[in-house]
Design a protein around this ligand. Structure first.
Ligand code: GDP
Length: 369
């Protein structure tokens, strides 16, 4: 049957059952010649790439050969979830190849942001993380900002190399790749994506006019990101869609802020001070006394403390506590992967307790803004 045939575009085995899996082709499209999978169909007809995903280990396996090639790697990260979207182990597999770090979604930062400062901050964070990059470019795939700089950086380091585009899910990789295809290839080009030989995995090689390839890699799923654990609908609330309006709270010790039922922030001990929350405004904040917080949560989770709904909350891991000690002498952020971050505005120190669904990454970093 046609079901066992391979896609004429990428070589993956065709199937008609599961739309979200590789090789899917709608039943009625089997009569076309050549038969190509829906993904190749989209690339051909709309110049659009839609993502597939992998976990980090499989991703690194899939790309283990990159170190022995002469390539250029573009790593896209999300400024709204910087720690959560960094790829650990990236430096190991790229070998000596240059890495351009494209920091996407900068349209979300407040309008008054000093972007030079952000670039320096990103450089420093990347270095601390052990990631060596030749260039940091801030961009917004959505607002079409900074792309000229991305293209410029790629041209500078390309030198006949293939370009691997890597990133966690939801960082804006598809948007960027589609932009690259438009810039580097002829829109009417024949479908020539070819499946990576010898594997059934999903690297999509997109031929450019100069004979090199842009290689689209699966988005990496990190379960430590809150955005991976929620429904599509709630994802739309967690991810801000306009510049962040930071929320400032003057807090005394023993006060608590809830963000929906997703996260609870306790100011356990320290001088009265202000905290700035960079969280999507679709997630309402509720303030209460620390001694009231357990009770409030028990009574109002999923209803007054929403999103998520009670039903959706049951799908999430239970809240787990992360004690955080902010030292004196410097301004820090506490980042909560997928929710945003909290800037601790004074340098007098504070003891915090951050409650997040178990497994979600909480990190303390030098303040970004
Ligand atoms: P991929 O999963 O990495 O391929 O990411 P997509 O390109 O599908 O984008 C994921 C989500 O992020 C979508 O909801 C996009 O609308 C959103 N997004 C992508 N780029 C930007 C950006 O520059 N700014 C903002 N605010 N959102 C973006």
């Amino acid at each position: 049957t046609k079901d066992t045939e391979a896609c004429a575009g990428c070589g993956v085995k065709l199937q008609t059952e599961q739309q979200d899996k590789l090789g899917y082709v709608p039943e009625q499209a089997l009569n076309r010649t050549p038969v190509i999978c829906q993904r190749c169909f989209r690339i051909k007809n709309y110049n659009e790439v839609s993502g597939t995903t992998l976990n980090q280990d499989d991703f690194l396996k899939l790309l283990s050969h990159v170190g022995s090639t002469k390539s250029l790697v573009v790593n896209i990260v999300d400024i709204f979830d910087f720690e959560g979207s960094l790829i650990s182990g990236l430096s190991r597999f790229v070998g000596d190849n240059p890495v351009v770090l494209a920091v996407n979604k900068i349209d979300l930062l407040p309008k008054v942001t000093n972007f030079n400062k952000i670039v320096n901050w990103v450089r420093k964070q990347a270095k601390e993380f052990g990631l060596k990059v030749v260039e940091v470019v801030l961009c917004s795939a959505k607002q079409n900002m900074g792309f000229d700089r991305v293209i410029q950086a790629l041209d500078e380091y390309r030198d006949g190399r293939d370009i691997y585009v890597v990133g966690a899910t939801n960082v804006g990789k598809s948007t960027l790749i589609n932009r690259l295809i438009r810039d580097y290839s002829d829109l009417d080009a024949e479908l020539t994506t070819s499946h990576y030989p010898g594997t059934t995995l999903d690297l999509v090689k997109i031929p450019m006019d100069d004979g090199t390839f842009i290689i689209d890699t699966p988005g990496i799923v990190y379960p430590h990101r809150l955005t991976e654990l929620v429904s599509k609908q709630d994802l739309g609330k967690l991810m801000p869609d306009r510049p962040l309006k930071p929320l400032v709270f003057q807090l005394n010790e023993h006060q608590t802020i809830f963000f929906g039922s997703y996260v609870r922030f306790d100011f356990v001990q320290g001088e009265r001070q202000s905290f700035t929350f960079y969280v999507s405004n679709a997630i309402p904040a509720h303030r209460t006394k620390l001694e009231r917080a357990d009770e409030l949560y028990a009574e109002h989770k999923g209803v007054m403390l929403a999103p998520p709904t009670l039903e959706a909350l049951e799908q999430l891991p239970k809240l787990a506590k992360h004690p955080v000690r902010i030292p004196k002498g410097k301004i820090y952020d506490v980042s909560i992967s997928g929710l945003g971050w909290v800037k601790v505005n004074s340098d007098v120190g504070a003891d915090l307790m951050i409650h997040v669904p178990k497994g979600i990454k909480v990190a303390v970093r030098e303040s970004m803004i």
